[in-house]
Design a protein around this ligand. Structure first.
Ligand code: C2E
Ligand code: CA
Ligand code: CA
Length: 704
């Protein structure tokens, strides 16, 4: 037999005391969890959690008290006043509810502790109301010292428990504060029972039946456990729903939504981790930059649905092929990256083989089959780079090399690639300087009617004579200018220069100017053209703009609307390099082009290849039926010219008829002369003078 602060614990009631302790511990844990949830939610949810806190706390605390009461053996028969007993339960529920609401209110910094104190007070009041319901045959006395101590302990410890849980949301804090709350309830009870002294006086017997009392205690314990358990179950369900949605959010933040592969952000993290690991262990990391070949074409020709489907299929294949120490991420639209912890060359080659297999295997839809294909660039850490950025950069360089190389899909980074990049960067700077130093010039190539042999116009072709490297072909520097955003400036300069020159030509031939996609997309092209025409005085119908199908394809809707605006000015629109791009009938039907320029690749093969000849014939027939004149580019021989003449081609352009030459040389040939100064341009009307650039006026007087 043990005596705990006045409570007698013996073999009859030990299990009841244990049950009470369990209900109390379990209840405290539930109260803290539920209260915390209430404090961290809002509105109706918060009210719901408060309700659950109050019910679980009230039931748990009251049941603990009641079971312990039943286990208490005063040595005399016992009974309970029903009204006061029920009242004590209500006090427990309402009191802890009020405490919980106040503690979570955020009214003051001390709200949690004050709310806890209210709860502690409620526990004490519940306990003593319950004691008043306790009827025993004997005289009852109270030790005021213990009584006050019990209230102070209950209030103080409850305040501490609520204060603790509001300080930080962690499992450790929850355990700690549940323990303190448990301590508050237990100490209140035991100190309170020590204050309670019964002197038994047997008035009659058979007043209380211990077996019935124990059965009642068990029933109360079960009800308490059910109530507390229900509260805790709601908490756990909510918790797992919460963590599921958090997991989903985390997945969304770290993975690409289309393919499910890790995205750029998590790729960077994982690559950093691999790099750290390699530097700690002295190992190596292989980074493989992957770029799909012609993905844009798939999107353009088959629509974004098929493009997305292709990415999804590739994503699945790439995800499925990785082994230990490898991962693949989607780092951009049609870009992926693969990482391997380097073991040896054979393992790397095996990885590359698997990647190639996944990237090149056909994708079959219900009415199409696509062979995807990609370019892969390989770089090593630390051999090729000492940081993540440089490693990515070098894998990209190798990947671009692979892209430019028709024979190989995979390229390994080497130092010379840096040199190429450096050379290009220097060239870009030189180009920038060339624009400022007037090193650029426009050459003109004649366009002739095949049937009459008469000149129709001239195509303006940009030339750059580099002070060191001599002439640099436009096929080299135009893409460079496009990459560096210099193309807008260059394009505007060519347009202005060509129009200004052509304005003073006699006879008034047309001038054709090439447009780059960037000019077409970015600049307010219509406005620029109006401004240049007004400034140079060139009539709109003498200007022809040449653009390729791919330029238009980038944004068909917008392109056609811009083209319509330009055409409405009277400017002609020619479709350049026809036959090399999409050559879609749809394109020809959607817009009334003024000319189709058949690409020179067909002409050079026309005399030998039957296939080329039949394509020429087909394009000419198409031109006839759509009523669009066809110009054949790249005529170099008499044979080609007469063949095209026989087939009914309208115009020709090529070295045979005239190479691109500078304006001075063109004037010397006598094919054109200049009209008198100023006559070719309208004098700016008042208010328009701002449109005339100073440089323009100089040029006009120079040409005159
Ligand atoms: P393109 O518009 O197809 O221009 C025709 C190209 O074919 C010119 O090359 C011209 O010199 C060349 N060519 C003409 N006749 C013959 C021939 O009989 N045989 C052969 N083999 N070639 C011939 P170029 O001047 O080197 O220009 C290359 C490309 O650069 C042009 O192709 C055009 O796309 C671009 N380009 C040139 N100037 C400009 C410009 O001012 N702006 C823009 N955006 N692009 C330009
Ligand atoms: Ca052209
Ligand atoms: Ca062309």
């Amino acid at each position: 037999m043990i005596t705990v602060l006045g409570c007698v614990v013996n073999e009859h009631n030990i299990w009841l005391v244990l049950v009470a302790a369990m209900v109390c511990a379990f209840g405290s844990w539930a109260v803290i969890c539920l209260f915390e949830r209430a404090a961290r939610t809002k509105g109706m949810q918060r009210a719901g959690w408060h309700f659950l806190t109050a019910v679980a706390a009230g039931a748990g605390i009251w049941c603990t008290h009641f079971i312990a009461m039943l286990a208490y053996e005063p040595g005399a028969p016992v009974t309970f006043d029903p009204v006061l007993t029920i009242l004590s339960l209500l006090i427990a529920i309402v009191g802890t509810g009020a405490g919980s609401v106040f503690a979570a209110s955020g009214l003051t910094r001390f709200a949690p502790a004050l709310g806890g104190a209210i709860t502690g007070m409620a526990i004490a009041v519940m306990h003593y109301t319950g004691m008043m319901a306790y009827r025993v045959q004997g005289t009852i006395g109270w030790d005021m010292g213990y009584l006050i101590a019990s209230i102070v302990l209950s209030v103080g410890l409850s305040a501490a428990a609520f204060h603790l849980v509001m300080r930080k949301s962690s499992r450790g804090h929850r355990y700690m504060s549940a323990s303190v709350l448990l301590l508050a309830i237990v100490t209140l009870h035991f100190t309170g029972m020590t204050a309670f002294q019964v002197t038994p006086m047997l008035i009659d017997d058979g007043f209380s039946n211990p077996a019935a009392m124990q059965a009642l205690a068990l029933a109360v314990a079960i009800v308490a456990l059910v109530i507390v358990g229900a509260g805790l179950a709601s908490y756990l369900i909510d918790d797992s729903a919460r963590s599921e949605s958090l997991d989903r959010l985390r997945h969304m933040a770290l993975n690409d939504t289309l393919t499910g592969l890790p995205n750029r952000a998590s790729f960077a993290d994982r690559l950093d981790h691999e790099i750290d690991l390699a530097s700690e262990t002295g190992g190596k990391v292989v980074l493989i930059g992957i770029d799909l070949n012609k993905f844009k074409d798939v999107n353009d020709l088959r629509g974004h649905g098929v493009g997305d489907m292709m990415l999804r299929v590739l994503g699945e294949r790439l995800f499925g092929l990785t082994k230990e120490g490898e991962f693949v991420a989607r780092t951009g639209g049609d870009e992926f990256a693969a990482v391997q912890r380097y073991v040896d060359q054979a393992t790397l080659e095996d990885f590359l083989d698997r990647l190639e297999e996944a990237l090149f295997a056909p994708i079959v839809g219900h009415d199409f089959e696509i062979i995807p294909g990609a370019s892969l660039g390989v770089a090593f850490y630390p051999d090729n780079a000492d940081s993540r950025e440089i490693l990515i950069n070098n894998a990209d360089l190798a990947m671009y090399r692979a892209k430019a190389n028709v024979a190989h899909n995979v390229c390994y980074y080497d130092q010379s690639m840096d040199d190429v990049v450096r050379a290009r960067r220097t060239l870009a700077n030189d180009l920038r300087a060339a624009i400022e130093n007037n090193e650029l010039d426009v050459y003109y190539q004649v366009q002739t009617s095949i049937s009459t042999n008469q000149i129709r116009g001239f195509e303006a072709l940009l030339r750059w004579k580099h002070p060191e490297h001599g002439f640099i072909p436009p096929s080299d520097f135009i893409p460079l200018a496009e990459e560096n955003g210099l193309i807008l400036q260059l394009g505007e300069w060519v347009l202005r220069e060509a129009c200004a020159r052509a304005a003073s030509w006699k006879p008034p031939y047309k001038v054709a100017v090439n447009l780059s996609p960037a000019q077409f997309v970015h600049a307010d092209l219509t406005k620029l053209i109006i401004e240049v025409l007004m400034a140079t005085g060139l009539p709109a119908n003498r200007l022809e703009l040449e653009l390729t199908e791919s330029t238009i394809f980038q944004d068909k809707e917008r392109s056609f609307s811009v083209l319509r605006q330009i055409k409405a000015l009277g400017v002609n629109i020619a479709l350049d390099d026809f036959g090399t791009g999409y050559s879609s009938l749809e394109m020809l039907r959607s817009f009334p082009f003024d000319k189709i320029k058949l690409d020179r690749s067909f002409i050079s093969e026309a005399e030998e290849s039957l296939q080329a000849k039949s394509i020429i014939r087909a394009v000419l027939a198409l031109g006839k039926s759509l009523d669009i004149p066809i110009l054949a580019e790249g005529i170099e021989t008499e044979g080609q010219l007469s063949l095209l003449g026989d087939e009914g081609c309208d115009e020709a352009q090529g070295y045979l008829l005239g190479r691109p030459i500078p304006i001075e040389q063109l004037l010397e040939t006598g094919k054109i002369s200049l009209i008198e100064a100023g006559a070719g341009r309208q004098l700016p009307r008042p208010g328009q003078s701002a449109l005339v650039a100073d440089g323009d006026q100089d040029q006009t007087s120079r040409t005159a």
